[in-house]
Design a protein around this ligand. Structure first.
Ligand code: HEC
Ligand code: HEC
Ligand code: HEC
Ligand code: HEC
Ligand code: HEC
Ligand code: HEC
Ligand code: HEC
Length: 397
C-alpha cells in the first residue's frame, strides 16, 4: 500500500500549529520548564531582567511607581541593589574619604574627592596620569569599583574600595603587580558586549535596541529592572484611578511583569540573570570557591531542591527583593522548617518532606549554609549549597 502524502491543507495545518506553539514558547519561556543560561533566556521576546527594549520611552522610573506603591518603593530605595551603581558624584563612599590611597611596588594610586568631584590618579614617581571618575559600581558595603570615560571609551579602575577594609585594594580578579606601563597599571578597558552586561546587571533601562544607551540610564536596580518597562501599566492604572475603577483580569494582564507567577525553576533563573544561573556557571565556570557568589547555582545543587524545585526554596521565599537583606541567620529557620520536621520523633510527610536534624533545632543556616571568605573581596559569602558540612571538608565545587 502506498503511504498517502500529506495534502496541502494538512501541511498548512502543521505549519500553523508549529508557528502557534513557537510563538507561545518564545513569549512565555516559563512554559519550557527547564533551567536555562541567561543568554538563552534573552533570545525570547517576553520580559526578562537585562532584556533590551526597543524604546527608552517605555521606562518611567521608580519615582512614578512610588506614587502608588509607596511602602515597597520606600523600602527598596535604600537596598544595596538599588544603590549598586550610581554616578561617582552620588557615591556614599567617596565624600567620606577625601583621599584614598594604595601603593604597590613603585606605583601609587590615589582617589581624591572634593566638591562632589573625584579624580583618580596613578603615578610611578616619574610620570602620572589622572581621570575624573564617572560611575561607582557596588554600594560599597562589600566593595565599590570605579568606571570612567576617556575619549569615548570606558575603563574599570585597577583598584577598588572595600567596606570591610575601609580602603583600596586591587579590584577582584584584576590584580597586576608588574604592569606593562602606567596605563595598564591604572585601568582595564571595558567595551562591546562586556560593557553592555556591566550596566545591564547594575543599572536600569541601559540596554535599548541591544545597545548601551548612556544618556538616560536609571542608576541602580530599580523597579523596572525586575518588572520590565512600566509605562503601559502605570498609564492604565492612572486612568482606572481617575474613573474610580479597579482593573481586573484581561484589562490588567501582561501590562507589567509579575515574577511572583513564575515556576520555582524560572524564579531562581530570574534572580540568576544577574546572580548567575546553574547553566551560566556551567558554561563559563568561575571554578572553585569563587562560585559561592552564584547563589542560584549553589542552591540548585542542594538535595533540598530536588529535581523541579519548590516555591519554599525560591530566592524570594527567603529574601524579599524590596527589603534589606536579613543578617540574623536564625530568622531563616522558619524557611527550613516550612519543609523539615522539627523533631526526630516526627516522620516526614508530603507537606514536610524533609527529615529532622539530630544535632539542633535552631539556627539551621549557621551550620548548613556556612560562610566562605573570598580573600580578594575581603568578605564572607553564605554558601547556598545547603548540606551537611563535615569539619575540614574541602569546598564542594
Ligand atoms: C496609578 C497607580 C499605579 C502606578 C503609577 C503603578 N502601579 Fe503597579 N499597580 C497598581 C495597582 C492598583 C495594582 C493592583 C493592586 C496591587 O497589586 O497593588 C498594581 C499592581 C502591580 C503589580 C502586580 C501585578 C500583578 O499582575 O499582580 C506590579 C508588579 C506592579 N504593580 C509594579 C509597578 C511598577 C514597577 C510600577 C512603576 C513602573 C507601577 N507598578 C506603577 C497601581 C499602580
Ligand atoms: C538586574 C540585576 C539583578 C537582578 C535581576 C537581581 N539582582 Fe540581586 N543584586 C544585584 C546586584 C548588582 C547586587 C549587588 C549589590 C551591591 O552590593 O552593590 C545584588 C545584591 C543582592 C543581595 C544582597 C544584598 C546585601 O545586602 O548584600 C540580595 C539578597 C539579592 N541581590 C537578592 C536578589 C533576589 C532575591 C533577586 C530575584 C528576585 C535578585 N537579587 C535579582 C543585581 C540583581
Ligand atoms: C551578570 C551580571 C553582572 C555583571 C556583568 C557584572 N556584575 Fe557586578 N555584581 C553582580 C551581582 C549579582 C553582584 C552581587 C554579588 C554578591 O554580592 O553576591 C555584583 C557585585 C558587584 C560589586 C560589589 C562587590 C560584591 O561582590 O557585592 C562590584 C564593585 C561590581 N559588581 C562591579 C562590577 C563591574 C565594574 C562590572 C563590569 C566591569 C560588573 N560588576 C559586571 C552582577 C554583575
Ligand atoms: C530585584 C528584583 C525586584 C525589584 C528591584 C523590584 N521587585 Fe517587585 N517583585 C519582585 C519579585 C520577585 C516579586 C514577586 C515575589 C514577591 O511578592 O516578593 C515582586 C512583586 C511585586 C509586586 C506584587 C506583589 C505584592 O506584594 O503586591 C509589586 C506591586 C511590586 N513587586 C512592586 C515593585 C516596585 C514598586 C518596585 C520598585 C520600588 C519593585 N517592585 C522592585 C522583584 C523585584
Ligand atoms: C533557605 C533560605 C535561602 C534561600 C532560598 C536563598 N537564600 Fe540567599 N541567603 C540566605 C542566608 C541565610 C544568607 C546569609 C545572611 C547573613 O547571615 O548575612 C543569604 C545571603 C544572600 C546574599 C548576600 C551575599 C552572601 O552570599 O552572603 C545574596 C546576594 C543572596 N543570599 C541571594 C540569594 C539568591 C539570588 C537566592 C536564590 C537563588 C537566594 N539567596 C536564596 C538564605 C537563603
Ligand atoms: C522545599 C523544601 C525544603 C526546604 C525549604 C529546605 N529543605 Fe532541606 N531537604 C529537603 C528534603 C526533601 C530533603 C531530603 C532530600 C533527600 O533525601 O533526597 C532535604 C535535605 C536536607 C539536608 C540533608 C542534605 C544531604 O546532603 O544529606 C540538610 C542538611 C537540609 N536539608 C537542611 C536544610 C536547611 C538548613 C534548610 C533551610 C536553610 C532547608 N534544608 C530547607 C527539603 C527542604
Ligand atoms: C550546630 C550545627 C547544626 C545546626 C544548628 C543544625 N544542624 Fe542539621 N545537622 C548538623 C550535623 C553535623 C548533621 C549531621 C548529623 C550526622 O549525620 O551525624 C546534621 C544533619 C541534618 C540533616 C540530615 C538528617 C538526616 O537524617 O539525613 C538535616 C535534614 C538537618 N540537619 C536539618 C537541619 C535543620 C532544619 C536545622 C534547623 C532547625 C538544623 N539542621 C540545625 C548540624 C547542625
Amino acid at each position: 500500500m502506498m503511504r498517502r502524502r500529506p495534502g496541502r491543507k494538512r501541511l498548512l495545518f502543521y505549519c500553523a500549529a508549529f508557528s502557534v506553539l513557537y510563538s507561545i514558547c518564545t513569549h512565555f519561556p516559563g512554559l519550557l520548564w527547564a533551567q536555562m543560561a541567561t543568554e538563552d533566556r534573552l533570545l525570547y521576546h517576553g520580559w526578562w531582567p537585562r532584556h533590551s527594549v526597543p524604546s527608552r520611552d517605555e521606562y518611567i522610573g521608580p519615582a512614578e511607581c512610588a506614587g502608588c506603591h509607596l511602602s515597597k518603593a520606600a523600602a527598596q530605595k535604600t537596598t544595596p541593589m538599588a544603590r549598586t551603581a550610581v554616578l561617582a558624584a552620588d557615591s556614599d563612599i567617596l565624600p567620606g574619604h577625601s583621599t584614598l590611597t594604595f601603593e604597590v611596588a613603585r606605583i601609587k594610586y590615589e582617589i581624591a574627592t572634593a566638591d562632589g568631584k573625584s579624580v583618580y590618579k596613578v603615578t610611578d614617581g616619574r610620570r602620572s596620569i589622572s581621570a575624573p571618575l564617572t560611575w561607582a559600581f557596588g554600594d560599597g558595603h562589600i566593595g565599590q569599583s570605579f568606571v570612567y570615560e576617556h575619549d569615548g571609551n570606558y575603563y574599570e579602575s585597577r583598584v577598588s574600595y572595600f567596606g570591610p577594609l575601609g580602603t583600596l585594594d586591587f579590584t577582584p580578579g584584576r590584580k597586576l603587580t608588574e604592569p606593562r606601563d602606567l596605563e595598564q597599571a591604572m585601568a582595564r578597558p571595558v567595551d562591546g558586549a562586556e560593557l553592555v552586561r556591566c550596566f545591564a546587571c547594575h543599572t536600569t533601562a541601559s540596554t535599548i535596541g541591544d545597545r548601551l544607551e548612556r544618556s538616560r540610564i536609571i542608576p541602580g536596580i530599580t523597579c523596572e529592572a525586575c518588572h520590565g518597562p512600566g509605562l503601559k501599566h502605570a498609564t492604565a492604572q492612572k486612568a482606572a484611578r481617575l474613573e474610580g475603577q479597579v482593573l481586573e483580569g484581561e484589562q490588567e494582564k501582561n501590562l507589567i511583569f509579575d515574577p511572583g507567577k513564575l515556576s520555582p525553576v524560572d524564579a531562581v533563573d530570574f534572580c540568576g540573570s544577574c546572580h548567575g544561573t546553574w547553566w551560566d556557571v556551567k558554561l563559563a565556570p568561575p571554578a572553585g570557591v569563587s562560585n559561592v557568589r552564584a547563589q542560584p547555582y549553589r542552591l540548585e545543587k542542594s538535595r533540598c531542591w530536588g529535581k523541579k524545585g519548590d516555591p519554599r526554596l525560591a530566592c524570594a521565599a527567603c529574601h524579599d527583593p524590596h527589603q534589606e537583606l536579613v543578617r540574623d541567620s536564625a530568622s531563616y529557620d522558619k524557611n527550613c522548617l516550612s519543609c523539615h520536621v522539627a523533631a526526630a520523633s516526627v516522620k516526614p510527610t508530603v507537606d514536610h518532606p524533609g527529615p529532622a536534624c539530630k544535632v539542633s533545632t535552631k539556627n539551621c543556616a549557621s551550620c548548613h549554609m556556612p560562610k566562605y571568605e573570598l580573600a580578594e573581596f575581603h568578605y564572607k559569602f553564605a554558601d547556598h549549597y545547603i548540606r551537611v558540612v563535615r569539619p575540614n571538608d574541602p569546598y564542594p565545587d
